[in-house]
Design a protein around this ligand. Structure first.
Ligand SMILES: [Zn+2]
Length: 279
């Protein structure tokens, strides 16, 4: 049986087809493709696909896509769509839920929290081996807790979300707001007073996010990942040295703060959905 694993975000679609051995690996811009059409085209080429696992950067519940920010999906009830038409099983989950399943598996840790700073600000928690989902699979949406008023509107409709500060998209918005030209980079920000203020705001929001996550979930390991962290190792050191100033001290006891070692946490998590859809 062939198995298809997909990791889809607002900018990139990554997929892997395997039957034990990797048959196909694909990376492309997700902006150009409808997710349903993409899967249909692979099924035409590989009708033996018997399992599809999808790590999805948006809200998902019971196989239904609830929100599709920047991702084209013509059919929201994607599990029902494919399982009723093909002889296969499809599992889909939020990208951070997939990532933390992969992180917990990799670290062999039953009490772990993940904080990913990429385009958005994401977190997830595994407690005593169980992923905390909430009633509607929306637990630990840390990017949307209220932080400070901004001149911007978040994808959720509010203007004070943590994600508007502690994320790559937040940083880019603040750079545009202060007319700072160039790609997102912390050395670039350090060259101007407005840039230094943006960096300071970002770090304060990062401390707030990490301290809130650790104080509420009391993990053994806090794993940091996402593009902004992966390109700026200093953020890991910053949290390792200064998080005790912000988080509840008993929740910090014996806490390890580590950078993710996974090359592709989304694909790794999508793979795990086959045998472990509800960790
Ligand atoms: Zn929001």
């Amino acid at each position: 049986m062939k198995k298809l694993c997909i990791d889809i975000g607002g900018t990139q679609l990554r997929s892997e087809l395997h039957d034990g051995e990797i048959i196909l690996e694909d990376v492309r811009s997700s902006k150009m493709y409808d997710l349903v059409d993409y899967i249909e085209s692979l099924l035409r080429e590989h009708p033996e696909i018997g399992f599809i696992g999808i790590s999805y950067a948006g809200q998902v519940h019971d196989g239904i896509i609830l929100s599709a920010p920047n991702i084209k999906v013509s059919t929201r009830n994607i599990k029902e769509h494919f399982e009723s038409r093909y002889d296969l099983r499809l599992e889909i989950d939020n990208d951070l839920n997939c990532a933390i399943m992969a992180e917990a598996d990799f670290c062999n840790c039953k009490n772990i929290a993940a904080l990913y700073i990429g385009t958005g600000t994401g977190s997830a928690v595994v407690d005593h081996g169980k992923l905390i989902r909430g009633a509607g699979n929306q637990a630990f949406e840390i990017g949307h807790i209220p932080h400070r008023q901004t001149p911007f509107t978040c994808g959720c409709g509010k203007n004070n979300c943590l994600e508007l500060y502690a994320s790559g998209s937040g940083l880019e918005r603040w750079m545009r707001y202060h007319h700072i030209e160039g790609d997102l980079s912390f050395p670039l920000l350090e060259r101007s007073e407005a840039g230094r203020e943006i960096k300071k705001q970002f770090e304060e929001a990062l401390f707030f996010a990490a301290a809130t996550l650790v104080t509420l979930s009391n993990p053994e390991i806090l794993v940091l990942g996402g593009g902004v962290v992966n390109h700026n190792d200093y953020l890991v050191t910053l949290l390792q040295t200064r998080l005790p100033e912000f988080a509840f001290a008993p929740s910090m006891r014996n806490l390890q703060i580590v950078q993710s070692s996974l090359q592709q946490p989304g694909i790794a998590g999508a793979r795990l959905l086959e045998n472990n859809p509800d960790i």
